[in-house]
Design a protein around this ligand. Sequence first.
Ligand code: NCD
Length: 333
Amino acid sequence: MTPNQKNSTVNNSRKRVSRAPKLENGFASQDILSVSQFSRENLEHIFAVAQDMRAIVKSAGSTDLLRGFVLACLFYEPSTRTSSSFIAAMTRLGGTVIPITQGVQFSSVSKGESLPDTIRTLESYADVIVIRHPEMGSAQMAADYARKPIINGGDGIGEHPTQALLDMFTIQEELGQIDGLNVGMVGDLRYGRTVHSLARLLCLYDVRFNFVSPEILRLPLDVMNEIRDHGLPVTETYDVADIISDVDVLYVTRVQKERFADLGQYEEVKDQYVITPELMEHAKKKMVVMHPLPRVGEISYHVDDDPRAAYFRQMENGMYTRMALLAAVLGKV
Ligand code: NCD
C-alpha cells in the first residue's frame, strides 16, 4: 500500500498485503513495525532530526510542529519509558495524546473488544497509533487493519524498533561512530525484544557481536542467522568477564520474567549477571554501558556515577528520537 492509500479515507480493501515495507521514500504515512524497514540513510535522518529536537527542547521546551495532530497510545503491557516518552514527545511537538496506557482494563478491551475493532476506533480519532502488545506480530496485525500509521512499541518477544532507534542514536552520540565497534549484549537474549531489534539494526554497520547469556537464554536462531548472513563476527559466552575488556558498548538487559512459562527456570537464571564497579575496572576507558530499563538488579547502583554509564542519557534520548519519528511519520521532517 502506498502512503497515499494508507492515508485515504476511502480505502475499501483494508487487508494489506505488504509486510513492513522498507522506507525507501522516507517515513511519511508509513507504519513502523520492524527494524528491517530501515536503511542507514533512514537512521541518519532520524539522528539529525533528533539532534534538532534536543536543541528545541533545551532552548524552548516545545514547538508547534504537530499542532492539531493526535497520537493514540495503546498499551496492553506495562510501560514507563516508552509510553511516557511518546506522550512527552507528542506534547512537546504541540500535538495531543489519547493515552490508553495504564488502563486498557478501563477501555472496551476489557469487554472483549478485538484488536482490529479497537484499532479502527482509535484511528477515527487519531492520526497515528503506538501499540504495545504481548503477542508477537500484533503490531503487524494492527497495521493490516489500519489506514493510519501504526508504530510498534513492542510486540511480545518480537521487536521494539523505536527502542533500537534510540539505542543507535545513543551509541552514535556517545561514541561518535557505530562502524568499527565491538558490541557486547548481556542477559536475556532469548526473550529480550530490544536485543532482537538492536542486533538486527546493527547489521547495517560494520560491528562485532559478543553475546553473553545462560544457555537457555541464548539469542534466537533467526537473529543469529541474520547476523551471519551479513558476515559479521560473533562470539557467544556465559561469562561477562570474557568480554568486558574488549567491548565498546555493553548492552545489559533484564531477564524477562513475564515471558517464562516455568518460573523455576526464571529463578535459576535471574541473578546470573550483575555489572559492578569492580567489573567496570576491567572495561575500556572509552566505552558505554547501556540498558533499555527497567533494571532489576543487573547493574549495581554503584555503577550509576561512572561516566561510562549511559543508560539515563539513553532514556532521555528516547524522547528526542520519538519526537523525530513522530514528526517524520506525520510528514513534517
Ligand atoms: C524494554 C521492553 O519493554 O522491551 N523496556 C523498554 O521499552 N524500555 C525492556 C524490558 O522490559 O526489559
